[in-house]
Design a protein around this ligand. Structure first.
Ligand SMILES: C[S@@+](CC[C@H](N)C(=O)[O-])C[C@H]1O[C@@H](n2cnc3c(N)ncnc32)[C@H](O)[C@@H]1O
Length: 290
């Protein structure tokens, strides 16, 4: 195996016989093809550190052997993809989205629920659940009794991610008290249960959410359309064609004048702009003529 000098310099202490530029490129191509994740060469050390434990437990002596394994073995490939995802998230991240949702979208959704209609929300790329619970709390609001009445109506939240280890944490719905600090206190008081240093999401909130493993690049089995889609800080890992295809698919999944929230460094470009009207830099509403 030949190693570029600059690539080798990125990997101090790692023997080229164990991990080299060809291995990195093969893994990077698999991550892109399977999950849309772009891994430039500057991520060579990150790829090494995320996959080295899997290489070891799989019994492979080198990354080259592991590349052959994941080409053949679907389950091992999924494990490798999960390990390559970045799951950083926190409660009330980009709080202005929750303010916008509370002030602009929520009142319409509450009216619909009161009239016996249905409301569907989707947290796409939910990671370990902090975004989903922030959205669910904001929807039910600070008045627990009023929120419980809403929760009995036709209201569901889908939360999906490709990373099963992150979803396991989301389903557990248990966080440190510090993690919950960004959440406005009245919402915390209404929808969380404190147990020492741990906080659990209230069962009534948990009952609203279905967590599912879903690759956003693959088939979407959902039959319903969504009033609100949050897909934030997921597309930053994708290239432009993948982003444009994805936002066009989101536009097609929005109901009526549904709302799409994306991350602070993301923008909608491409064909989806025919169907989505910007409401602010990272908030889009499905146009009435879409
Ligand atoms: C940085 S987290 C963002 C979490 C949350 N949306 C937020 O803004 O805090 C990005 C998430 O996107 C997920 N992800 C990356 N590629 C994906 C794909 N192809 N399909 C589904 N989820 C993906 C990762 O597993 C990760 O949990």
């Amino acid at each position: 195996m030949t190693i570029d000098a600059p690539f080798a310099a990125m990997l101090p202490g790692i023997s080229p016989g164990v991990y080299g530029v060809d291995d990195f490129r093969a893994i990077s191509a698999i991550a892109h093809r399977e999950a849309g994740i772009v891994l430039p060469e500057g991520k060579a050390m990150l790829v090494y550190s995320r996959l080295a434990p899997l290489v070891r437990t799989s019994g492979c002596a080198t990354f080259a052997a592991y590349v052959l394994r994941i080409r053949e073995d679907h389950a091992e490939r999924q494990k490798a993809i999960c390990a390559l995802t970045t799951n950083h998230t926190f409660f009330y991240r980009e709080a202005h989205h929750f303010d916008h949702f509370r002030d602009t979208v929520r009142p319409q959704l509450l009216r619909r629920l009161e009239q016996g209609g249905k409301v569907r929300l989707w947290s796409a790329g939910c990671s370990s659940g902090e975004e989903t619970w922030s959205l669910a709390m904001t929807l039910l609001g600070p008045d627990r009794n009023a929120g419980l009445a809403l929760a009995r109506k036709d209201l569901r939240i889908l939360a999906s991610d490709i990373a099963t280890h992150a979803l396991t944490r989301a389903v557990a719905a248990r966080y440190s008290a510090d993690d919950l600090k960004p959440v406005p206190e009245p919402l915390r008081a209404a929808w969380t249960v404190r147990n020492g240093d741990t906080v659990e999401i209230a069962p009534e909130l948990r009952a609203l959410v279905r967590f599912r493993t879903l690759n956003l690049l693959g088939e979407w089995p959902m039959r319903t359309r969504f009033d609100v889609i949050f897909c934030r800080n997921v597309m930053i890992y994708f290239d432009n064609p993948t982003k444009e295809t994805l936002v066009a698919r989101f536009a097609g999944m929005l109901a009526g004048e549904g709302t799409l929230y994306i991350g602070h460094s993301e923008r909608v470009t491409g064909p989806a702009l025919d169907d989505l009207v910007p409401m602010g830099p990272t908030v889009y509403r499905r146009s009435a003529r879409a």
